[in-house]
Design a protein around this ligand. Structure first.
Ligand SMILES: [Zn+2]
Ligand SMILES: [Zn+2]
Length: 785
């Protein structure tokens, strides 16, 4: 029989995911000889044997890789036949996998779950069970190369049994850096009224406390959570008041998909997300009677048709949920909007006033990482927050950056992004960059990512807003600076998310972003590619009476809009006027004078105004609350829309938002139900999106649309807009890897900076943009610098 030898190289996420044992097992099963090893580029293989088994080997490599492996590229070539008879795992080349990609944290795999529940297994009931296919990764890595000494497992010396598994290429735990067992690994502890460090299983007093209505702090993968029995209204209400969280919904952890289905509708795509290795919080439609069913207390997600649900992702969660038998609220361990606590002493101090007891352990968390949040839109992921389980998996860029880039992000829902070659490493969720604590998370995070991925940025990209802490920090860096307009960054983020370079008609609708002209933008139609943009149209600007106060008090936006809509003669029978009669005149005066009333073209503020007019709420306690509740109010069966003609404004078009506010107010005065009004408004905005893009297409022939910005987290609006655009023959790009909100801005900034640093490929595109300049959008050409 003729022998054949083949050399194989595999690139992607192929280290720390059990790839070498997989290759070893496959080759030995097929009776092949050779070797497999890691180096700085990924995995290399030499395989030798009969032609047929070699073919089978090659097919199985790509057909059935380990679940966590992501193969980006595979190349094969002939190798000399040596006549060797065994297959071996080669030692790593010196410095070889120093910068191998670090995997995200991975939910407990099925095999480990079996160990966890098998009375004969030495890891039965052990809260830190893991293997090459699952367990902590990103949150425990302190430095590279990724081996145990550089993780927070360094302090735990492997016992003989664990060491044997660790060194056995045939074992599922071969080179699993966090491998451990009850004899040698971390252990649980209970601190609480029942005594700290009491004898017996720490789970028992924890479960008892939850059953009795207590609030329990639980140390997880990326930080501490606060837990309470989801069905226990007094417990959940107590958690809410102690945490100073007034209305923002809590997430619920259910033991499995069946338990999730007792609370919510779970379709196939949602089930895939719930049970996948990343285990994000998935926003699910509640069953109609879930709010009255005994399983979820009203305070969990007040007045919300959606519920954030996640399944257990660590052995500790599995053990806790099993012992308890009921879903729990599981929310970030923090007070109000502070960052989640992750260091033990800090957690004890900060959460001491919230939690009745602590279920903790002695495996340190190196980097704070919040739960990710995802919803499903038309069968695909629509990330709301990309963090644990996804980070630091790199996103591929359509075009490689010639120089390494650091993008500093925006302010709210902050992330940063580092780029080297064609890989973009978007950070975990840092939080709202408004205080020292989050600023420190940001700068420490940048240092950590630089070390982990060996990136020394030469280009630093930042928002144009002069007051953002991220901008101020960027301006202090010794690097080439690229200022990227906020909404251009949103559209570039959507382009990068979809792996395309543009140009496109970009629709960026959000709360606020600093415009190139110094006013506050947020309802923008851009003709954009990665390297530049032109403002093609926008929502007609209105004053924001009181500045930032108008964000917290949507009725102020209602006052500004209504004053314009009715030409200073606002009908006094409108509820919103009556409710705010005391301050109405003063706020209108503020808007008219334009003092402390900056102009904004923000779509988020228009939603706020209309929500207030419709009586949804006059003041908010979390970002986007009025719009979220207004979306839920809408009757999805209503198809008609308020008319809203786009008007030419110089070389651009403007969207007269006042017409929509007027139509809403008139309908309400005529007694039209609010559910119908809300739907008509959503439909009108969707039509505005389609009409604006149609104008852009007429002017410059672009038939691809990118939708981005936090407003497009609104599924009703997003769905209707996409449908209309597709009916008109557009190709529509939406987000599925990074959030449409400001959490995705850093990726967009990075993509812009990378494209500008490598400017030559963009030439052809610029010509198309300059054609546009002669027709509709003749005014400004903005490159973001
Ligand atoms: Zn496992
Ligand atoms: Zn052990």
């Amino acid at each position: 029989m003729s022998r054949r030898a083949v050399a194989v190289r595999i690139e992607g996420i192929v280290q720390g995911v059990g790839f070498r044992p997989f290759v070893y097992g496959l080759a030995t099963r097929l009776g092949l000889a050779g070797l497999v090893g890691n180096d700085e580029r990924g995995v290399f293989i030499e395989v030798e044997g009969g032609s047929a088994p070699v073919e089978e080997f090659l097919a199985a490599l790509t057909g059935d890789p380990p679940p966590l492996a992501v193969i980006e590229r595979i190349t094969t070539g002939p190798a000399p036949v040596t006549g060797r008879r065994t297959f071996a795992i080669a030692p790593s080349a010196a410095g070889g996998d120093r910068h191998a990609l670090v995997s995200p944290d991975v939910a407990t795999c099925d095999a480990c779950l079996r160990d966890l529940t098998d009375p004969a297994d030495r890891r039965c009931g052990y809260a830190f069970t893991n293997c090459t296919g699952c367990g902590p990764r990103f949150t425990i890595v302190r430095d590279v190369p990724y081996d145990r000494a550089n993780t927070t497992m360094a302090g735990f010396l492997m016992c003989a049994d664990c060491a044997r598994e660790y060194h056995d290429p045939g074992d599922r735990r071969f080179h699993a850096q966090p491998v451990c067992c009850p004899a040698c690994g971390p252990s649980l502890r209970f601190h609480g009224p029942g005594g700290s460090g009491a004898a017996g299983d720490p789970l028992e007093p924890a479960v008892r406390l939850l059953r009795e209505g207590g609030v329990l702090a639980v140390k997880g993968l990326g930080g501490y959570h606060l837990a309470a029995l989801a069905a226990d209204e007094p417990a959940v209400a107590a958690l809410r008041s102690r945490k100073h969280r007034e209305d923002k919904p809590f997430a619920v952890m259910a033991s499995d998909v069946a338990a999730a289905r007792r609370l919510c509708v779970v379709d196939r795509a949602e089930e895939r997300l719930l049970t996948g290795p990343a285990r994000p919080v998935v926003l699910l439609r509640r069953l109609p009677d879930a709010s009255v069913a005994p399983s979820v207390a009203p305070s969990v997600a007040p007045g919300n048709r959606w519920l954030g649900v996640l399944l257990p992702y660590t052995p500790l969660h599995h053990l806790l949920l099993r012992a308890l038998g009921h879903p729990i609220v599981l929310t970030s361990g923090n007070v109000s909007d502070e960052p989640i606590a992750y260091r033990d002493e800090d957690a004890l101090e900060r959460l001491g006033g919230i939690a009745d007891a602590f279920l903790t352990h002695d495996r340190p968390i190196h980097i704070r990482t919040d739960d990710s949040v995802v919803r499903v839109f038309r069968g695909r992921d629509l990330p709301i927050r990309r963090s644990r389980g996804y980070v630091p998996h790199p996103l591929p860029l359509a075009r490689a950056a010639r120089r390494p880039v650091l993008a500093c992000g925006a302010e709210l829902k902050h992330t940063f992004c580092l780029v080297k070659d064609d890989r973009a490493f978007v950070s975990h969720h840092i939080g709202d960059l408004e205080n020292y604590e989050t600023l420190r998370s940001f700068t420490e995070g940048v240092d950590h990512f630089r070390r982990l991925f060996d990136i020394t940025p030469e280009v630093v990209a930042h928002d144009l807003h002069p007051d953002y802490l991220s901008t101020k920090w960027a301006l202090d860096q010794d690097a080439d600076l690229v200022g990227v307009q906020h909404h251009h960054a949103h559209i570039a983020s959507c382009l990068a998310d979809n792996g395309v370079a543009g140009p496109v008609a970009g629709v960026a609708f959000d709360g606020l972003g600093y415009g190139s002209d110094g006013t506050l933008w947020g309802g923008e139609f851009l003709v954009a590619d990665l390297a530049g943009f032109e403002r093609a149209g926008h929502l007609a600007p209105v004053p924001m009476p009181g500045g930032a106060t108008a964000i917290r008090q949507p009725w102020r936006m209602a006052a500004a809009y209504l004053d314009l809509a009715y030409d200073g003669d606002v009908p006094e029978d409108l509820d919103v006027v009556r409710r705010n009669a005391g301050q109405w005149a003063a706020v209108v005066a503020l808007a008219r004078r334009g003092v402390n009333a900056p102009l904004t073209s923000s779509m988020g503020r228009l939603f706020d105004a209309v929500a207030a007019v419709a009586g949804v709420r006059d003041a908010i306690t979390y970002e986007g609350q009025a719009a979220v509740e207004f979306e839920q109010l809408a009757d999805p069966a209503v198809d008609d829309a308020y008319p809203c003609g786009l008007v030419s404004a110089g070389t651009r078009f403007a969207v007269p938002g006042v017409e929509l506010v007027r139509a809403v107010a008139d309908d309400l005065r005529a007694g039209v139900p609010r559910e119908v009004v809300a739907a008509r408004f959503h439909n009108a905005v969707a039509r505005v999106v389609a009409d604006g893009c149609t104008l852009v297409r007429k002017a410059c022939g672009l038939s691809t649309v990118a939708l981005s910005g936090g407003v497009f987290q609104n599924l009703l609006l997003l769905g209707r807009a996409v449908t209309l655009l597709e009916e008109r023959g557009f190709t529509v790009l939406t987000h599925h890897r990074v959030p449409p909100n400001d959490g995705g801005v850093s990726l967009g900034q990075a993509a812009v900076a990378a494209a500008m640093a490598a400017n030559s490929p963009i030439r052809g595109v610029r010509r198309e943009l300059s054609q546009a300049r002669h027709t509709w959008f003749g005014g400004m050409s903005e490159t973001g610098t």
